[in-house]
Design a protein around this ligand. Structure first.
Ligand code: SF4
Length: 756
């Protein structure tokens, strides 16, 4: 350990702002920061927990002093090895923020007025019951979050699908990972990744596409840098139109033109095949080819790829053929290639196709099912995987990888849940965007929104903010000043995550337990208590018979045993002792599964090295996916692209992090980042205001000139409620995943003329 003179406080650290905080003596040399030690004060006791923000799922230790959450540090025993980012390091401050909602409120004469729980929940239940009787179960909905606990999403899903009888259960994971989930399911037959973070320590080539890992998942980036430092031959390829902080450390940065990267993936496949970098034996044994309708041959695939020869597509990509060839060579010839991606390819109208093609690159090169070789989608939220994907809490899903439009799957779940045959509707519910459209069309009249802020996070936000006015909106949140609360008819005070108990499941199929450490303020309740209360008032108390988090978890892990998601062996008792467990984990003496579909996975038959058991013939699928340009194109009227994303300091819509002055000072206010050339043409300079217009709306904001933005592409983040960037963002959807295309919106800009 360094001596104390080398220590910096978090506040100093935020100002230094590399964004990663560590408490160990781990060396961080090689990418611009050296070891940072957090100067923490004494506590009464330390408790094992998890960060409540992103899908990295960092293990943290929470220090209590005088009955309050007083300190946070990364847990050296966890997969993040003690490293946490600046958001996680502020969890103690966030848990002590003033202004918490402490009593239910009901809107009367335009104002939210305090009410008792009984008054509020009676009104909510009455609205639900009335709408269900009058217009049927599909006139009500649940809009949840990848930040609810697993037990909460599972219970809400069960209540709505097996109790009320509607599949109108969706939430913010639709906005961030639906394309990855559908991509995995189409390719492998099951959702969730084959690999794990541990693969970072073995990879010799990182292919990072559509992810600013440095800012979005800092401890993951830290681990990549440690790997690179340990083996300088390790190569990093970054595909991103922006010269992000991640791209700045790449051996090969491919600044593709926005929206064209499917051309790149197909061109890389073409080169891999032409140069013989594929693995014919693996393909023969483990892969089928499909053109989207039928199984086709290897020769069909080779012919399909001819349209994507580098010399044909390089110009549209904004690259040289040599850059494409180099990427293909590095990917295909590496001992172990690990692909990482997030919203850059998920939030696209071809998001599923992009995921298919990326999975395909791994399959044709056999860069899968080996240490370091795997596609690994990074998840946005702490519990989008475990809480929402695994429990099937989206409008087309049922638990454990089942689908509502599959009669056998419905029947299985009806038997497991003990409800009469035919209870679960065969009709998929509304996905996120179509749910809010249904509010606009007055088809959905009552909606419970938990732990999320759609009035700020939905694209084309003005349209859906208006839609919420036509629906009876019930919001459960920890604060009352969110954008969504403005549309609430009833607002319910929710417990913060340290004030309740439940399980998070992060990117690598790892479940971790969060235990209640303190009581919620005032009358605030856990989201599970709220859902259980609603169930009882709607007459479904017998269905939702487990009322506590532990009992609900025990039910859910037993339900999971009826699927290939089996984690029956992951008990609360084990999670209290162990630093998370990765499923499949069928029995209480099973150690969990680091890598799926290969030896060691309990579902792989004995004697087999690899088995893609999600498919009936045990073969994964390489899809022939054509490039279809987005209709969100630049024109004379809208000559530039806007792309949006995260910054390292802020979490999502900023409802928590933006209340921390150190964070908000460091991130600054929401603004447009613009290339000097575009700024010159618009006759604006740093600090000027511009009016930005798209097909969806207009917004005014400050510009900051940055060489890191590509000419023709502006960047803005979405955390600032005073800078509602999503009012101008496209809400076009991927036809398969129904995930919106946040990443590409054609826009025009002009200098804002003030009228003073
Ligand atoms: Fe880790 Fe993500 Fe929390 Fe940062 S926000 S500490 S990366 S889980």
């Amino acid at each position: 350990m360094k001596d104390s003179s080398d220590k910096v406080t978090r506040r100093q650290f935020v100002k230094l702002s590399s964004g990663v905080v560590a408490v160990s003596s781990m060396a961080f040399a090689g990418w611009g920061i050296t070891e940072i030690l957090v100067d923490e004060g004494p506590v009464d006791s330390w408790h094992k927990s998890v960060c409540r923000f992103c899908g990295t799922g960092c293990g943290v230790m929470i220090g209590k002093k005088d009955g309050k959450i007083a300190r946070i540090r990364g847990d050296k025993e966890a997969h993040n090895k003690g490293v946490i980012c600046i958001k996680g390091s502020m969890l103690a401050e966030i848990s002590q923020l003033n202004g918490r909602l402490t009593k239910p409120k009901i809107r009367q004469d335009g104002e939210l007025k305090e009410a008792s729980w009984d008054e509020a929940m009676s009104l909510v239940a009455e609205k639900f019951s009335h709408s269900i009787i009058k217009n049927g179960p599909d006139s009500v909905a649940f809009y949840g979050s990848g930040q609810l606990f697993t037990e909460e999403s599972y219970t809400a899903n069960k209540l709505f699908k097996a109790g009320i009888g509607t599949n109108n259960v969706d939430g913010n994971p639709r906005l961030c990972m639906a394309s990855a989930a559908v991509g995995y399911t189409q390719t492998f037959g099951k959702d969730e990744p084959a690999g794990a973070y541990e693969d970072i320590d073995h990879a010799t080539c990182f292919f990072i596409i559509g992810s600013n890992t440095y800012e979005g998942h800092p401890p993951i980036w830290e681990r990549i840098m440690i790997r690179k430092k340990s083996n300088p031959k390790v190569k990093i390829i970054v595909v991103d139109p922006r010269r992000t902080k991640t791209a700045q450390y790449a051996d090969l940065h491919l600044p593709v033109a926005p929206g064209t990267d499917l051309l790149l993936l197909n061109a890389m496949a073409q080169i891999i095949v032409e140069k013989g970098l594929h693995d014919p034996g693996f393909i023969q044994e483990h892969v089928n080819f499909n053109d989207g309708k039928n199984t086709v041959s290897w020769n069909n695939y080779v012919t399909f790829l001819q349209d994507y020869r580098p010399e044909k597509v390089a110009n549209e990509l904004g690259l040289t053929p040599g850059q494409i060839e180099e990427a293909a060579y590095l990917f295909g010839s590496s001992d172990a290639t690990l692909s990482l991606w997030t919203m850059g390819i998920n939030q696209r109208v071809q998001g599923v196709f992009l995921n298919n093609c990326l999975n395909s690159l791994h399959l044709i090169t056999s860069q899968i099912c080996r240490p370091g070789a795997t596609p690994l989608s990074l998840t946005g939220q702490c519990n989008a995987c475990g809480g929402v994907r695994d429990t099937g809490s989206l409008s087309h899903l049922l638990p454990g990888g089942r689908f509502v439009n599959n009669p056998e799957h419905r029947q299985e779940m009806e038997e497991i849940w003990g409800v009469p045959e035919g209870t679960i509707s065969s009709k998929p519910g509304y996905d996120a965007i179509n749910l809010f459209k249904a509010m606009d069309e007055e088809k959905v009249a009552v909606c419970l929104i938990m732990c999320t802020n759609p009035a700020q996070s939905l694209p084309n936000a003005s349209l859906y903010r208006e839609a919420m006015k036509k629906c009876f909106i019930v919001v459960a949140d920890i604060f009352e000043d969110t954008e969504t609360a403005q549309y609430a008819d009833v607002i319910l005070p929710a417990a913060f995550y340290t004030e309740k108990t439940g399980v998070y499941g992060q990117t690598e199929r790892r479940y971790q337990l969060v235990e209640k450490l303190i009581d919620p303020p005032g009358e605030a309740r856990s989201d599970l208590e709220i859902i259980v209360d609603l169930a009882e008032r709607l007459g479904h108390g017998g269905l939702i018979k487990n009322k506590t988090a532990k009992d609900t978890w025990d039910e859910w892990r037993k339900v999971s045993a009826h699927s290939k998601y089996n984690f029956e062996g992951i008990t609360y008792e084990r999670l209290q002792k162990e630093r998370g467990l990765q499923w499949p984990c069928p029995t209480e003496d099973h150690p969990g599964t680091v890598r799926r579909y290969c030896k060691g996975d309990p579902f792989v038959q004995e004697g087999r090295e690899i088995q893609f058991y999600g498919k009936p013939d045990n073969k994964a699928v390489v899809f022939l996916r054509p490039y279809i340009p987005s209709t969100e194109k630049t024109t004379d009227q809208y000559p530039l692209y806007l792309t949006t994303g995260r910054v390292i300091e802020q979490w999502h819509t900023g409802t928590m992090t933006d209340k921390i002055s150190e964070i908000s000072k460091t991130s600054g206010r929401g603004r447009f980042f613009i290339n000097p050339q575009d700024a010159y043409e618009a006759k604006v300079t740093d600090g000027d205001e511009i009016e930005l217009e798209s097909r969806y709306g207009k917004i005014t904001g400050m510009v900051e000139i940055s060489e890191d933005e590509s000419p023709g592409v502006l960047f803005a983040s979405f955390f600032d409620s005073k800078f509602l960037i999503n009012v101008v963002v496209s809400d076009l959807l991927d036809p398969f995943s129904k995930q919106p295309e946040y990443k590409i919106t054609a826009v025009s800009i002009k200098k804002h003329q003030t009228t003073s």
